[in-house]
Design a protein around this ligand. Structure first.
Ligand code: IVH
Length: 693
């Protein structure tokens, strides 16, 4: 869809300009969030830049219309001009969800299996407020730094703004560790939100969509006096880094937070047993409407901090806490059409085009239909009345149809057998539900998108290689794969001869390409455009593997579903099974692997500093046999948390072999090679020599 070309600013009156600025502010905010927080950009960098430029042009012409929330005064979720960065040495992660008692029970069972235990857990239940999480670092009891979550590993330094929030103590009361990081939620009450919006409306400022946006918009102001004037609240609920242990249970920790001067949600409750959770859930659901602030569920945390520590994380989620959400909001509307989108990876995704409908305060126009099977399961047909639901930030879903309302002549949807973009055959692999375009690198939906992403800001950042030139060079057959980009300099004269180019711009492009032969590993990985590997995940992988050769070697292994590396990769904090799948799918395709290899050979890829630290940093450990108290995943996670690499087979590069009952030939091989052999006790003694990370 090509939008109408924008009018020149001179041709706009104030009203039209104000409307357009409001739309731009909303659109840019949405893209910022998709890019930085969700790792899922909705538009190309070029389109994004065009929106920002348009905003600048309009503001230059109508300075009186600059909005308090203007994108020029505000930044994306990751730090940009205006805010300094804060690095979260302990990543700020999210929570898994449960929607039903069985899912909650399954969460508890999973944690028990991991621990090899059969005891029910004592827990803490805390209302889940949908605000934005904040990290507060105190040194010698004084507030030193406050940072937003950002992409989880890097956020914005909002210290000056946070000092204006009354619920956040500038200094801790009583005794506190030399260094302690407290985490919690900044939010705005329903009444404050409505009053702020009314005031904003009177002043012609931005009206916020919901309390969460209002809180975020108020906190992320470059001018702290604006934040000071906004009614922000804060509840503390979690621990970050600490220079010494502060409590044995989460509940005791919450009491310490209170003593230090923090607001802790008074509805939080200690539950003797996980079996009390359904009762607490029902109680909170009943209270929900009468609370001063919006909650969308309850967070349950295993109370014992030693258990939390053993449980650790899987992907971006802790194994020791879960968000049990209240039921999602629903509505009924008409299905106008089913469109097929072709993603960068070639997946054909059906999207429901809906008659716009208000669901819990948000106007919904599209919903996902997931795949062919889902359409068949629902028997959904164009023209049907459909029930949809929206849960939090998730894309709305079609739940079912109202069969009685089906119009005459509505016929079953025929899933296309060809890619709507390039016309190649669509294929649906055995056992999979997704149809994919077989055009691979020849399908414009994929190859151009991949190359545009490859050259974009967060990736190789090659100036002069944007959407238009990628399209042009691709049409000419000059670039079919990333490595071809680095062959473009050989065509400098030809490029100079193209319409709209010339010697100067061709020379600039060649220089820009030359400068990017040297690149950091994180950017390199991000540039590959693998699904789910956004900037943040790329950084996690780069920090874990360190250098490109190790990375490629491990990715070869990950492609094999039975390999240890496939399981190991999910123990990197922030990387879950779904991401491992994507890595396996990508590197399992020989064509992709070859293209990446070829690219890597043409470049000078700078190693990334590995996460470092830990007594086992740089050491390789192999486990064999059954250990007396540690399950294999826990042993492995423990070793990795102390900096070790865990591998499957014993070789000269192995430093330690940890042996349990019924160990096979590996123990023998270890002694043959003169490698240190430990039992679980010895392994634990080794770990006790230093901190993990
Ligand atoms: S604990 C590793 N506790 O929910 C666990 N989070 O979906 C970190 N949230 O990013 C989170 N209330 O912004 C925790 N009592 C609570 C919470 C809470 C709200 C938010 C938080 C987090 C998100 C995860």
């Amino acid at each position: 869809m090509t939008p109408a070309p924008p009018k020149p600013p001179e041709a706009l009156d104030e009203d039209a300009a104000a409307r357009e600025l409001a739309e731009l502010a909303a659109a840019i905010a949405r893209h910022d969030r998709a890019y930085h927080e969700l790792d899922a950009p909705l538009v190309s960098d070029a389109e994004y830049d065009a929106l920002r430029r348009r905003n600048e042009v309009l503001e230059a012409r109508f300075p009186q219309l600059i909005r308090p929330d203007s994108p020029s005064r505000r930044v994306g979720a990751a730090p940009a001009a205006g805010f300094a960065k804060v690095i979260h040495r302990l990543p700020m992660l999210s929570l898994g969800n449960a929607f039903a008692p069985e899912e909650f029970a399954e969460f508890c069972d999973r944690a028990r299996r991991f621990l090899g235990s059969s005891m029910p857990f004592a827990m803490v239940g805390e209302p889940k407020i949908d605000g934005l999480s904040l990290s507060l670092t105190y040194a010698q009891g004084q507030l030193l730094r406050a940072g937003t979550r950002g992409d989880g590993s890097e956020g914005e330094d909002v210290t000056a703004n946070v000092r204006t929030i009354a619920a956040i103590p500038p200094r801790l009361h009583g005794r506190s560790p030399a260094l302690i990081e407290v985490r919690g939620e900044v939010f705005m009450s329903k009444a404050d939100f409505l009053a702020l919006n009314a005031a904003q409306e009177r002043a012609g400022g931005k009206v916020f969509a919901n309390p969460r946006n209002a809180a975020a918009g108020s906190l992320r102001q470059l001018d702290p006096t604006i934040t000071a004037a906004r009614p922000l609240s804060f509840f503390a609920y979690a621990m970050g880094e600490a220079s010494e242990p502060v409590a044995a249970t989460h509940w005791a920790y919450l009491q310490r937070l209170r003593h230090w001067g923090f607001a802790v949600n008074p509805l939080s409750r200690h539950l003797e047993s996980e079996t009390d959770a359904p009762g607490f859930q029902a109680e909170m659901a009943a209270q929900r409407a009468g609370l001063a602030y919006d909650i969308d569920g309850v967070v349950y945390k295993i109370d014992d901090l030693a258990l939390q520590n053993r449980l650790g994380f899987v992907g971006r989620e802790p194994r020791w806490a879960i968000a049990w959400k209240f039921p999602a909001e629903q509505a009924t509307t008409r299905l106008l059409d089913i469109q097929i989108q072709v993603g960068r990876t070639g997946a054909l995704t059906p999207v429901a085009v809906l008659e716009p409908v208000n669901v819990g305060g948000v106007l919904v126009r599209h919903a996902t239909l997931h795949n062919e099977d889902e359409i068949a399961r629902l028997d959904v047909r164009v023209g049907d009345s459909v029930r949809i639901q929206r849960a939090g930030d998730v894309i709305p879903q079609v739940l079912g149809i109202v069969l009685e309302a089906r119009p005459a002549g509505a016929h079953p949807f025929q899933f296309p057998r060809r890619c709507p973009v390039c016309g190649s055959h669509a294929v649906r692999a055995e056992g999979e539900v997704v149809w994919r375009c077989s055009g691979g690198l020849t399908c414009p939906a994929q190859v151009e998108e991949r190359l545009i992403h490859f050259a974009s800001r967060g990736a190789f950042d090659i100036e002069g290689l944007g959407e238009k030139s990628v399209h042009e060079f691709h049409e000419l057959g000059w670039i079919r794969s990333p490595a071809d980009v680095f062959r473009l300099p050989a065509r400098e004269a030809e490029i100079a001869g193209l319409e709209g180019w010339g010697e100067q711009s061709a020379a600039n492009l060649v220089r820009a390409i030359g400068e990017r032969r040297r690149i950091g590993l994180a950017r390199f990985i991000y540039a590959l455009g693998i699904r789910r590997i956004g900037a943040a995940n790329a950084r996690l992988l780069a920090r874990h593997y360190g250098d490109v050769e190790t990375f490629l070697q491990r990715m070869r292994e990950v492609a094999d579903p039975a390999s240890e590396e496939r399981a190991a990769v999910t123990s990197i904090i922030g990387i879950g099974p779904a991401i491992a799948e994507e890595l396996a799918e990508f590197f399992g395709e020989e064509r992709n692997f070859r293209a990446v290899r070829e690219l890597a050979d043409a470049l000078d890829i700078q190693p990334e500093e590995t996460a470092g630290g830990g007594v086992l940093a740089g050491r390789t450990v192999v486990f064999t046999g059954t250990l007396p108290t540690l399950s294999r995943p826990e042993a492995k996670a423990l070793a990795e948390r102390h900096g070790a690499k865990v591998t499957d087979s014993v070789s000269k590069r192995t430093d330690y072999v940890v042996v349990g009952a019924d160990a096979g030939s590996k123990a023998g091989k270890a002694s043959e090679l003169g490698i240190t052999v430990l039992d679980e006790e010895g392994f634990r003694a080794l770990l006790a020599q230093g901190p993990g990370r």
